[in-house]
Ligand binder design. Structure first.
Ligand code: ITT
Length: 200
């Protein structure tokens, strides 16, 4: 049986990644299709609270089962930053590189903050909040890796050019989407989401 599920995101890269991961049993509905434009509020201090806020916001607006993903890059040498502020990292405090695209500015600021640091461990963490029949469920996916010295690769999005997952010699931005989707933080969280949805 096919199932419609709304993905509460404005990020088309995420929509593509999760669309590929969900498979044919589920029809993913983006916000554009529902004529919902503009930013979804996400103003909390944790990924868990933000994912929840985004999912309930769209559920309350549409009455449809839906889920949201909040993702952060947590860098040990920066005490877990940018973390929940990953999307607007370069704009925090004194905006750095305001003339650049957000992703590029974020990467430039991250590499600047990491200059001279030998410990480069980091992890991507995704929290998915699913609102199904008025009840909420959460799923987490984590992938460990390292921040590279320079960006490389043009695939993927966001911080992908500077993140090399453990066990690989290439960054996420050098991987085909199929490989990123086998090992990524988002893939791990989505696998649990699919388990839940299949059980319905
Ligand atoms: P929505 O809130 O509309 O879903 P967003 O792009 O604001 O979209 P997040 O708040 O979850 O999404 O994103 C946090 C930041 O982390 C943002 O700068 C993304 O580009 C980046 N990011 C998220 N997933 C990523 C991934 O798989 N690879 C690289 N960067 C990623």
């Amino acid at each position: 049986m096919d199932m419609d599920i709304v993905f509460a995101t404005n990020n088309l890269h995420k929509l593509e990644e999760i669309g590929a991961l969900l498979g044919e049993r589920f029809r993913l509905i983006g916000l554009k299709e529902l004529n919902i434009n503009g930013d979804i509020p996400e103003d909390h201090l944790t990924l868990e609270e933000n994912a929840s806020q985004k999912a309930w916001y769209i559920y309350d607006l549409t009455g449809r089962d839906c889920f949201a993903d909040d993702t952060g890059l947590e860098v040990d040498a920066l005490k877990g930053a940018p973390g929940v502020y990953s999307a607007r990292y370069s704009m925090i405090g004194h905006p750095t590189f305001p003339e650049m695209e957000p992703a590029e500015g974020n990467i430039r600021k991250l590499l600047f903050e990491m200059e001279g640091k030998n410990v480069r461990n980091a992890r991507f963490r995704t929290v998915i909040a699913l609102v199904l029949g008025g009840k909420e469920y959460q799923f987490e996916g984590v992938v460990d890796g390292r921040i590279t010295e320079v960006p490389s690769g043009a695939k993927g999005f966001g911080y992908d050019p500077v993140f090399r997952p453990d066990g690989y010699e290439i960054t996420f931005a050098e991987m085909d989407l199929a490989l990123k989707n086998q090992i990524s933080h988002r893939a791990l969280a989505v696998a649990q989401l699919v388990q839940k949805l299949k059980g319905m």
